[in-house]
Design a protein around this ligand. Structure first.
Ligand SMILES: [Fe+2]
Ligand SMILES: [Fe+2]
Length: 256
């Protein structure tokens, strides 16, 4: 694990026992329920893939999974799950800069709920930096959120609408996906099953290359290597030769 990631791991995010707001509290909050619904409605009008409860619940769960598997403390995991749940709320105003605008909205609402300021900052900085457009993974919560968010590509996000653009076609071609964190050999692996009769793997990289590069940065902050495996081929991963220095991942993945 890198020095920065190690330092961040030691930074325990606690609220001093005051007003420990949980993910359940956030999910039950009518304001956030409305904002998430409005976000999905706005983006569906623009033709985007699904950004509703399914997406934010997936991102929340996977952010927590990444942090938990890498050994972070319970409160950091809980804050990560909240950040994941609220990360896309800025989209209800505009897709452009939805990270920072969402962070501002969440900041106000969490202040209103009485969450300790240090915890709010952990959440809102992560939300503000989750998009590759202007974001940088700057903390473990932010890094886990980035990986969770970018890993959510699957045909279920397209639904039954006709595939109008490359985003729809690429998502529809992904028939199976899984994100696996291995704390023993410090790898974070996104495995995709890709139907090449629907579109080409190159199309995936056309829209996801910068996102995958951001996942590499995020994994590095967490002290891990990010691997992208499509149809059994490791397309992003460890440098040749480095793999022999580490224990086998035991995932049956063909190395290039
Ligand atoms: Fe986003
Ligand atoms: Fe998202």
């Amino acid at each position: 694990m890198g020095r920065y990631a190690e330092a961040q791991r030691k930074l325990k995010v606690t609220g001093g026992g005051r007003n420990m707001i949980s993910l359940k509290d956030i999910q039950a909050n009518p304001t956030f329920q409305t904002l998430i619904r409005r976000t999905n409605e706005y983006l569906s009008i623009l033709g985007y893939t699904e950004h509703g409860l399914r997406h934010v619940t997936y991102v929340s769960t996977m952010t927590a999974y990444v942090l938990e598997t890498l050994g972070y403390d319970q409160r950091t995991i809980e804050l990560g799950s909240i950040a994941g749940y609220l990360h896309d709320i800025g989209n209800m105003h505009n897709r452009k800069y939805h990270g920072p605008t969402g962070a501002n909205i969440v900041y106000v609402e969490l202040r209103r709920l009485g969450m300790p300021l240090e915890e709010i900052c952990e959440i809102t900085t992560s939300i503000a930096n989750h998009e590759e457009e202007i974001g940088v993974p700057v903390s473990p919560i932010c890094a886990a959120l980035v990986i969770a968010d970018k890993s959510d590509a699957h045909r279920t996000r397209v639904g039954r609408k006709s595939c109008r653009d490359i985003h729809d076609r690429v998502n529809h071609a992904i028939t199976d996906s899984s994100l696996v964190v291995n704390s023993d050999n410090c790898t974070i692996t996104l495995k995709l099953a890709f139907d090449t009769t629907e579109c080409q793997i190159m199309d995936y990289f056309t829209i996801y290359l910068t996102r995958m590069e951001m996942c590499q940065q995020a994994a590095a902050l967490l002290g891990c290597t990010f691997r992208l495996v499509i149809n059994g081929l490791e397309l992003i991963g460890e440098r040749a030769g480095a793999a022999e220095l580490r224990p086998a991942a035991g995932e049956g993945v063909t190395r290039q």
